[in-house]
Design a protein around this ligand. Structure first.
Ligand code: ADP
Length: 284
């Protein structure tokens, strides 16, 4: 299963991603976590990203695309993944489509957590207060002025993805204002539906059942067509042509032997053998 969680900062993407990890045993790929880890490790990318993140702006597309491309190649991502915080711009979404297409894969669904902005600000403020009460370090970008910038970046650069994925038919919207449990249930429902719809088995079945139906209708129409006056064989069912071919004794025997309904008996040869039996009885 490959899923994208879409929503503004504080919408609950991380919480829902963890629920999905627990339920489906697939990995959560959070670009925010990866960038913070890179920053903490002091890698060149991390150091560059650290300042950008602290301002609440977005890290350049090529940087995050390279990180994700590398990450989805890892063995633990083969079974599927939940992308949390990526894509965040249309070029990132296009890059993701290309990455998946190269592997013959596609997204099972994009879940948009719909939330009200005032609520987000309140949520993050209370998260910060809780962390401070527990004497835990808070994220630089959770400061009110940076949060405002993150929300602005979301509206300008990430919100267009809603239309992008709606157009693809991949978007599923869930009310992110409900309780965590209710959001989890709603996410579970839309995902079950999305995965069911995109299952290759079903698609294959559909395709397989559609073709013969079409072919059958065509054959029926052909069989119905009256023989043309100019050419009596034109429009006549092909079957009649082959049926008139004299079949070898062996072929006939094989055909009779394979008849499931009345082994060895087609109405025609049943009449014939009845005649033979009658003739034998009569000649005895
Ligand atoms: P949140 O969703 O709570 O805003 P994240 O942990 O997902 O936070 O991201 C934190 C920061 O990391 C972002 O504000 C941004 O600077 C950077 N970042 C994460 N993912 C991306 C991305 N896909 N593209 C650009 N920048 C990103």
């Amino acid at each position: 299963m490959r899923v994208v969680l879409l929503g503004p900062p504080g919408a609950g993407k991380g919480t829902q991603a963890r629920e999905l990890v627990n339920r489906h045993g697939i990995v959560q790929l959070s670009t925010g976590d990866m960038l913070r880890a890179a920053a903490a490790a002091g890698t060149p990318i991390g150091l560059k990203a650290k300042d950008i993140m602290a301002r609440g702006a977005l890290v350049p597309d090529d940087v995050v695309v390279a990180i994700v491309a590398d990450r989805i190649e890892q063995p633990d991502a083969r079974k599927g993944f939940i992308l949390d915080g990526f894509p965040r711009t249309v070029p990132q979404a296009e890059a993701l489509d290309r990455m998946l297409a190269e592997k013959g894969l596609r997204l099972d669904g994009v879940i948009e957590l719909k939330v009200d902005e005032d609520m987000l600000v309140r949520r993050i403020a209370s998260r910060v207060a809780e962390m401070q009460a527990m004497k835990l370090a808070i994220r630089d970008d959770d400061k009110p002025e940076v949060l405002r910038e993150r929300l602005r970046a979301y509206r300008a650069q990430t919100a267009p993805l809603v239309a992008y994925y709606r157009k693809q038919g991949a978007l599923k919207s869930v009310d992110g204002m409900a309780s965590i449990e209710d959001v989890t249930s709603a996410v579970g429902r839309v995902l079950a539906d999305a995965v069911f719809r995109s299952a290759p088995k079903r698609a294959g079945k559909k395709a397989a059942s559609k073709k013969p139906a079409k072919a059958k209708a065509k054959a029926k129409a052909k069989a119905k067509a009256k023989p043309s006056k100019v050419n009596p064989t034109k429009g006549a069912p092909k079957k009649a042509k082959t049926a008139s071919k004299p079949a070898s004794r062996k072929a006939k025997a094989r055909k009779n032997a394979s008849s499931k309904t009345r082994p060895g008996r087609t109405p025609k040869n049943a009449r014939k053998s009845a005649k033979v039996a009658r003739a034998r009885r009569l000649t005895k």
